[in-house]
Design a protein around this ligand. Structure first.
Ligand code: FAD
Length: 204
């Protein structure tokens, strides 16, 4: 039986797995490997960054449920094997991959769908001072940071307004800015925080 290994369970990896299963599922052993047990639904990441009251849910269980879709649900009743592991090396000459745990898996065909990384394009200061916004941990960190600042304003510890600068006005920048604007409006409706305590800038 043909062995197909798919590395990465983002949109790319999942689509490939489902399409291959539909077309050649009976003739191939399809295995998808991801370091997480869930697919991260990135288009909803803004909602995590700007969610109110995460502190009452210290492990953000409720939030994670809305954005993390278990692979076991996605591949339920499908002839697709899922393996949770971090891929650490690919050996194309011998058609093998190695995982962080030292496991070696062989394949006939390999699909690499491991996604991309945040790039700072060498802009000075970005790496040191800016928050990146790519995965769940980034969104939770941003949420915590904004919450800390808001608490400082509410307690009168901070006099200067909080300034949120979103750099980059592509889809992600626009969505982050819009979600934060809604978040702040909501806060100013329900607490002593005034919208003018928090100033936002979009820079391009
Ligand atoms: C905040 C945000 C919002 C976005 N919103 C939209 C949108 O609304 N519409 C849209 O079309 N696009 C959107 N995008 C872009 C979209 O998310 C990407 O284009 C898409 O996720 C790329 O898919 P991918 O499968 O190539 O990689 P990814 O989705 O990044 O998937 C890579 C997978 O590989 C896994 N992985 C990585 N390294 C390893 C390793 N060593 N071992 C094992 N597993 C590993 C990761 O856990 C991940 O599951 C958004 C991006 C961001 C950051």
């Amino acid at each position: 039986m043909i062995k197909i290994l798919i590395l990465g369970g983002g949109f790319g990896g999942i689509r490939v797995a489902l399409n291959l299963e539909e077309k050649i599922g009976s003739e191939a052993k399809i295995t998808l490997i991801d370091k997480n047990s869930y697919h991260l639904f990135v288009p909803a990441l803004y909602e995590v960054a700007s969610a109110y009251g995460v502190q009452k849910d210290p492990f953000a269980v409720r939030l994670k449920k809305t954005i993390c879709v278990p692979y076991s649900d996605i591949f339920e009743n499908k002839n697709i094997n899922f393996m949770q592991a971090e891929v650490s090396a690919i050996d194309p000459d011998n058609k093998k991959i190695v995982t962080e745990g030292g496991e070696i898996l062989d394949y006939d065909y390999l699909v690499i769908a491991l996604g991309g990384q945040v790039a700072d394009y060498g802009v000075p200061g970005v790496k040191e001072y800016a928050f990146q916004f790519k995965d769940l941990e980034d969104a939770l960190l941003l949420n915590r940071k904004v919450d800390e600042l808001i608490k400082e304003v509410a307690a009168g510890i901070r006099i200067r307004p909080i300034k949120v600068a979103v750099v980059g006005a592509g889809f992600t920048g626009i969505e982050v800015a819009a979600e934060f604007a809604c978040y702040i409006k909501k806060l100013s409706n329900y607490s002593s925080i005034r919208a003018e305590d928090i100033a936002g800038h979009i820079k391009r």
